[in-house]
Ligand binder design. Structure first.
Ligand code: PGA
Length: 252
């Protein structure tokens, strides 16, 4: 039985006071939600304050990135243990914006996933194709290729804990979400790749999210699909009411 997981990726938004206000509003709105895991991923600068605000609640803290080394001369980077120190439980790894703007490679992502698990964090791995790749009929091939490398350093028991977000790049922040049937088909592809590498039981455990222009109006179309176990939400997670409505639509 896979528990649905809804994660809000706040990206580079919200000052500390804004972040605390947002999460406090959210806490009230999701107070009666029982059956869905809820994660908020503020920017690094707001992690501590948001962590304080959600202490003792069902909302868990997530980060948007980490570095794979435990410590040392890596100016500007954040180690997995530093996130644990802040009460962070989840971490987004390999988001397409980091792949695009920070030139993050699948080999980097594999090291980040390994380091996250080693520190006891629960990663959310993002995969997804560009529009040109989908239009050329190469979406599956691209996602499979990403997964081949991304999962390379992980053990079976780690992959069983993994959340994989299928985020077609052309759907992120554009207001143009994928067709639910295409998202479900890709979720199956992801599960098949995991099954081929780590066995059917692991494929059964791994949770697959859809991400890309998920909002309060369309979330139910994705979250009621067999094989889609949650959503990774960007823009709509910055509004407490919208994010709460998405969380509630996951309680199938
Ligand atoms: P979006 O972003 O919901 O604003 O499209 C999703 C994401 O980048 O995770």
């Amino acid at each position: 039985m896979r528990v649905p997981i809804i994660a809000g990726n706040w990206k580079m938004n919200k000052t500390i006071p804004e972040a605390v206000t947002l999460v406090q509003e959210l806490l009230t709105l999701v107070a009666d939600v029982q059956s869905t895991e809820i994660v908020v991923c503020p920017p690094f600068t707001a992690l501590y304050s948001v962590g304080q605000a959600i202490a003792g609640s069902r909302v868990a803290l997530g980060a948007q990135n980490l570095f794979w080394e435990a410590k040392g001369a890596y100016t500007g980077e954040i180690a997995p243990g530093m996130l644990v120190d802040l009460g962070v439980r989840h971490v987004i790894i390999g988001h397409s914006e980091r792949r695009a703007y920070q030139q993050e490679t699948d080999a980097d992502i594999a090291k980040k996933l390994e380091a996250a698990f080693k520190a006891g964090l629960s990663p959310i791995l993002c995969v997804g194709e560009h529009l040109a790749e989908r239009e050329a009929g190469r979406a599956e091939e691209v996602v499979k290729g990403q997964l081949e490398v991304d999962l390379e350093l992980l053990a079976t028991d780690q992959v069983q804990q993994l959340v994989i977000a299928y985020e077609p790049i052309w759907a992120i922040g554009t207001g143009r979400s994928a067709q639910p049937a295409d998202a479900a088909a890709m979720a199956q592809v992801i599960r098949d790749v995991v099954g081929a590498k780590f066995g059917a039981d692991t494929a059964d455990c791994v949770r697959v999210q859809y991400g890309g222009s998920v909002n309060a109006a369309n979330s139910g179309d994705f979250l009621t699909l067999e094989g889609i176990d949650g959503a990774l939400v960007g823009g709509a997670s910055l509004k407490a009411k919208d994010f709460a409505a998405i969380v509630k639509s996951a309680s199938k």
